[in-house]
Design a binder for this molecule. Structure first.
Ligand SMILES: [Zn+2]
Length: 416
């Protein structure tokens, strides 16, 4: 048994992989299954596998949710409150890609300490350091990225040569599949028994369910899932967050610029932080449905009232309310947390954002409507784990618990 933050995990009895399909709203899976684009997944589900709709973490961004998946804990515990946060001491906006921001070990680190060789592969290089973090000084999980695969090697062997094709760019539809191919080619070579493969959401940002590229994405995912099953892997997957269309009736990005709105209400000296911000601007132009605002205590009430009155703003919570409601670390969020509704994103000011990156339309995430995710175990699940899945009482933070503690040992050997 491996213990982490009060949860207990069995060491994997068989080789095991968890995928995080970045930006995979359940509607993508529903459409691909209905259109028979995912025959291997369909066979798994007919054979006793379970597909639940579960909770993602707020904010519904990549870094907080990936860290919840690999720690089994909400952001309040693991400390990663966004892709970015505001460092109070320096006033700088800092990307939270560095392991020093992580407040607990990951399950992968604890598995390594227990002698289970682990392998993490991310599509986006920005996650590589966090997933390979060590807080306790033991052997680090092996952590690689598809984005930088051409710069990486394993035991002196080139990853690109091992995979057998050059790695696509981060804005190609199949960079995620390359990450999955890396897992298939590398696990045996590095002796890994537990894999975590985290994809990227470029396709989901660009196309809704049933888009031509989205169809290709899910069909290829299914074929690779089949290769893992055929290689004897116990397989499970979830998403970090969903994705929704964020455009107005004319197809233009549906944005509320919080700095401009606050200035119009007479607020001065505020700081609007958009924790979706990351290097991958073509995805979203730094526009998501979650923002956090730093404002002086004397203006807090008027700022909250002004933002609450804006159409498309779904909720405005104080720091304490947001920390409690969404299990966020209060020292890493602002004085207010602002949520856009299903079709609305939040920006700083009209002059700050380069909307040319999203002129083809804008699909994004960050709010409550993108915090619903699929939680899928491809094998029979037993006991209370099964009950919790059937009731939808699971989230992405439970996926390692489900696959390590909940899969029937004999069904883990069957190949659906
Ligand atoms: Zn994501």
């Amino acid at each position: 048994m491996i213990e982490l933050c009060g949860r207990r995990y069995e060491a994997p009895a068989r080789r095991t992989v968890v995928f995080c399909i970045d930006g995979c709203a359940p509607e993508y899976l529903d459409a691909a299954l209905a259109d028979r684009l995912m025959p291997r997944l369909a066979r798994c589900l007919e054979g006793g596998g379970v597909y639940a709709r579960g909770r993602g973490q707020m904010p519904s961004f990549t870094n907080p949710n990936n860290l919840s998946i690999v720690t089994g804990q909400p952001p309040r515990v693991h400390g990663i409150s966004g892709n970015f946060y505001l460092d109070d001491a320096t006033g700088a906006e800092v990307p939270m890609n560095d392991p020093r921001f992580l407040r607990v070990p990951t399950l992968l680190e604890r598995m390594e300490a227990a002698g289970v060789r682990t392998l993490c592969i991310t599509a986006k290089d920005k996650l590589r350091a966090l997933l390979g973090a060590t807080k306790e000084g033991g052997r680090a999980p092996l952590s690689l990225s598809a984005e930088k695969a051409h710069e990486q090697s394993v035991d002196g062997a080139s990853i690109v040569e091992l995979v057998g094709r050059p790695n696509p760019s981060i804005y190609d539809w199949d960079i995620s599949h390359y990450a999955m191919e890396m897992g298939l080619r590398l696990w045996e070579r590095v002796g890994a028994r537990l894999l975590y493969v985290s994809l990227t959401d470029y396709v989901q940002h660009k196309q809704p369910p049933r888009g031509e590229m989205a169809n290709r994405f899910y069909a290829r995912f299914d074929a690779l899932l089949g290769q893992y099953l055929d290689a004897g892997f116990v397989c499970a997957f979830t998403a970090d967050h969903g994705m929704n269309d964020k455009t107005d009736a004319h197809g233009a990005p549906n944005v509320r610029f919080l700095d401009d709105l606050l200035a119009a209400a007479g607020i001065v000296g505020q700081r609007v932080l958009l924790p979706i911000t990351d290097p991958y601007v073509v995805h979203h132009g730094a526009l998501g449905s979650y923002a956090t605002v730093y404002v002086s205590s004397g203006q807090l009430g008027s700022a909250r009232a002004a933002l609450s009155a804006v159409p498309g703003v779904e909720a405005v919570w104080s720091r304490a309310e947001a920390a409690e409601r969404f299990e966020l670390p209060p020292d890493r969020i602002g004085d207010l947390v602002v949520l856009g509704d299903r079709s609305t994103v939040l920006g700083k000011s009209a002059s700050y954002h380069d909307l040319s990156a999203v002129k083809q339309g804008l699909r994004s995430h960050g709010g409550l409507h993108e915090a619903v995710v699929p939680v899928v175990v491809c094998h029979r699940v037993r006991g209370q784990h099964r009950t919790r899945m059937d009731r939808g009482e699971v989230g992405n933070a439970d996926v390692f618990d489900l696959v390590l503690n909940g899969v029937e040992r004999d069904s883990g050997g069957a190949t659906p």
